[in-house]
Design a protein around this ligand. Structure first.
Ligand SMILES: NC(=O)c1ccc[n+]([C@@H]2O[C@H](COP(=O)([O-])OP(=O)(O)OC[C@H]3O[C@@H](n4cnc5c(N)ncnc54)[C@H](OP(=O)(O)O)[C@@H]3O)[C@@H](O)[C@H]2O)c1
Length: 348
């Protein structure tokens, strides 16, 4: 790597995604954090919103400075869509952690997110920032003269798509039920009564019953891999009393009988050379990836039921958000893909 540092800014720096971006980018060998922004902040020390980052001595302003190479956005849905056109107009690359550029079809925004997209022409130019599936497009974006927008995938979506991608590519998905569990940080930092300790602790509940928003991108990406629209994905998320982590158990009725040998071959071919994906021989736990950019998947042919079970785990704030965004940024800027992402998981 040369000595020229890439100047980046982070908007939404006071949130969970923003905090993880600072933690990772602060140690990135090719990055200079040139500015942090959040609404209503006026040169506020970062320790006020993120005490664990106080030693960085960074400060948060209302606006980012000019002259940035890339801007990371960690904003609620709808807020990024309004901000991105002006950023890309200046030639700055955008890596958006939210959903505002993930869906190709503008009509999906009022349906799933209840807003009309203000820049529909940019949707088809954005790249879905899952490097394991779209590495070539991310690298192509770097060479393009047009706007550079990376739409970083959702946390549930990353878990489900990576768990199912080899099956989708092989045309093996007949019917699929994704039974997913998430820690509470997946909902962000904004105070909500249903996220209070006394509501969440020692309890588990399903939510998004009848259609969680991440279904739209899961179906979009699996459909692209199949080469045809995929059957509706039956996706049910649960909130569980832990801070970080997602586990998605994907139950698939295949289009034809399979075998463990076939599944092992499909997953090894898909992920054998992926730095951040491990195909594991036992059912994984969220603790096996905590604090790291790793995704672990276990796949099993069940002779008795005639189904495939694929279980994926990741840390929603790293491979499910900030880590994945940095990974895609590395591809976009022609850096080693693992730069800034070498942390091993934390345990116990
Ligand atoms: N949490 C996850 O696991 C995860 C995973 C993948 C993707 N994402 C996506 O990443 C994005 C950020 O999520 P998060 O978990 O970091 O959320 P968060 O913790 O709630 O942080 C949101 C940030 O946006 C700011 N903000 C809130 N409302 C705003 C508005 N109307 N206009 C401008 N700024 C506003 C907040 O500032 P204040 O400090 O002033 O409130 C904060 O800096 C979301 O789109 C989310 O869907 C999250």
């Amino acid at each position: 790597m040369g000595s020229v540092q890439i100047r980046v800014g982070i908007v939404g720096a006071t949130g969970y995604g923003g905090g993880e971006l600072i933690r990772l980018l602060e140690r990135h060998p090719a990055v200079e954090i040139a500015g942090l922004a959040a609404r209503g902040r006026d040169d506020e020390p970062i320790g006020r919103s993120h005490p664990h980052l106080a030693s960085t001595a960074r400060r948060v302003a209302a606006e980012l400075p000019d002259g940035l190479d890339a801007v990371f956005l960690g904003l609620p849905h709808g807020a990024a869509a309004a901000a991105v056109p002006q950023i890309v107009e200046r030639g700055t690359a955008v890596i958006d952690l939210g959903p505002d550029f993930r869906l190709r079809n503008a009509a999906d925004y009022p349906r799933w997110y209840r807003f009309d997209h203000p820049a529909p022409d940019l949707l088809t130019q954005a790249v879905y920032g899952l490097p394991e599936l779209h590495r070539e497009q991310l690298a192509g974006l770097a060479r393009s003269a047009g706007p550079r927008i990376v739409a970083s995938p959702g946390c549930y979506s990353t878990t489900s798509i990576l768990a199912l991608a080899p099956l989708a590519r092989a045309g093996l998905i007949g019917d699929v039920v994704v039974d997913a569990k998430s820690g509470v940080s997946g909902a962000g930092r904004e105070a909500k009564a249903e996220m209070m300790f006394s509501e969440v602790n020692e309890s588990v509940k399903a939510y998004g019953v009848g259609g969680h928003r991440h279904v739209a991108e899961i179906e979009q990406e699996l459909g692209l891999l199949c080469g045809a629209p995929i059957e509706p994905v039956d996706f049910l998320p649960h909130l569980i009393p832990m801070t970080r982590g997602i586990l998605a158990a994907c139950h698939v009725r295949p289009t034809r009988p399979s075998s463990q040998a076939e599944l092992d071959e499909l997953y090894s071919a898909a992920y054998g050379s992926e730095k951040f994906v491990a195909v594991v021989p036992e059912a994984p736990a969220t603790k096996h990836v905590l604090g790291s950019n790793m995704f672990q998947v276990h796949v099993r042919w069940d002779e008795r039921t005639g189904r495939v079970l694929a279980i994926g785990v990741l840390d929603n704030l790293v491979k499910g958000a900030a880590g994945q965004a940095v990974q895609a940024f590395n591809v976009l800027f022609g850096l080693p893909e693992a730069a800034g992402l070498e942390q091993l998981p934390l345990s116990p």
